[in-house]
Ligand binder design. Structure first.
Ligand code: ASP
Length: 342
């Protein structure tokens, strides 16, 4: 008996892959992508999975994505979960790593593959990388399924919540600086990192996300600390401090006092290093210990994208402000779905 062809659901949210030139620059072109794909014989070969493409009513440049959109994509996957073998999310590259990270925290016990992909050149243009990226994403979702959120780009399937955009123009636009890829795709499809969990078809758990007041404060030599204090006095739920090296900051009294007061007001403040590789260690230098004393928790070796989206998801949990903040502080430093190395 022949096994039925795998069937993959494509959630098409926008991005360069489906864009066309306009006087204002590249913009999404509604109603075009599916016809284009169906006209390319390699996408409908019998040894490829079948696909159903759902084009979102408003196609976005991913710079316009917000937590609300992450929620719409996760809800779409859940609503279609039982009917498909896997999911591909077509997305712009600019905030692709944020969406991939957010989906991983919103669907923490996913039992089927979700692969986010897109391209640097529109699919309708000569030399588009969209053809390869989408073909491989569909192929991997069907025939090398990992029960987690991945990001496929330029011959690599990365763990979604480890990925970051590193190149504005090259085809190797994404990397996962603190983690091996899940797969390298060359002549062979080579598994590298073991997947988080085995495949299952139970409906996954759903962690909703709301738009929380989370600010990112990047330290730099010569920073005006009264501006930083002004930011810290706002009604924030969360704060990411982009520190130097292994998590160090200048021990400027006004800044330290403002951080301390923000933490006392149950703002969840996270120490994230500006370095791409390696971990935060607040115990190494006085400038790191001082942040720990103010109440900051460590982002360990998470990407900025994972840190921000994890914070949003944790801060969206129900409960009074102190209970949610205490829980979020504990969870930020623990791996929930492969996002940090401990
Ligand atoms: N600005 C585009 C977007 O993120 C870039 C891309 O898709 O490559 O939607």
């Amino acid at each position: 008996m022949q096994t039925p062809r795998k069937h993959i659901y494509i959630a098409y949210t926008g991005g360069t892959i489906g864009m066309m030139p306009s006087p204002a620059g590249l913009t999404p072109q509604p109603g075009m992508l599916e016809d284009k794909l169906r006209s390319m014989p390699e996408f409908t070969r019998k040894d490829m999975p079948e696909f159903t493409l759902h084009e979102y009513p408003t196609l976005l440049d991913s710079s316009d994505m917000s937590p609300q959109h992450w929620g719409i994509i996760a809800a779409d996957i859940l609503a279609n979960y039982a009917h498909y073998d896997g999911f591909v999310v077509l997305h712009g590259t600019d905030t692709m790593a944020y969406t991939a990270s957010a989906l991983s925290f919103m669907l923490p016990d996913l039992g089927k593959p979700v692969i986010v992909t897109g391209s640097q050149i529109p699919l309708t243009a000569l030399r588009s990388d969209g053809h390869d990226n989408l073909l491989n994403a569909l192929y991997l979702a069907a025939y090398h399924p990992c029960a987690e959120v991945g990001l496929f780009f330029n011959h690599k399937l990365l763990r979604g919540n480890r990925s970051t955009k590193v190149n504005t123009s090259g085809f190797d636009a994404f990397d996962s600086p603190n983690s091996d890829p899940l797969f390298r795709v060359g002549i062979d499809v080579e598994p590298v990192l073991p997947p988080l969990r085995s495949l299952h078809s139970m409906q996954p758990e759903w962690q909703p996300v709301q738009n929380r007041a989370v600010a990112i404060l990047t330290l730099y030599p010569g920073m005006d600390f009264s501006l930083a204090r002004h930011l810290l006095e706002q009604d924030l739920d969360g704060l990411i401090v982009q520190t130097y090296g292994a998590g160090n900051a200048p021990q400027q009294p006004e800044f330290m006092a403002a951080l301390h007061q923000a933490c006392e007001r149950n703002v969840v403040a996270v120490n994230h290093s500006q370095c791409l590789r390696g971990m935060v260690n607040m115990g190494g230098y006085a400038g790191g210990n001082a942040l720990r004393d103010c109440g900051l928790v460590s982002a360990v070796d998470m990407t900025l994208e994972a840190t921000l989206t994890k914070l949003h998801v944790l801060l969206s949990r129900p409960g009074d402000r102190k209970t949610v903040a205490d829980m979020a502080r504990r969870q930020m430093e623990k791996p929930l779905c492969g996002e940090l190395s401990l």
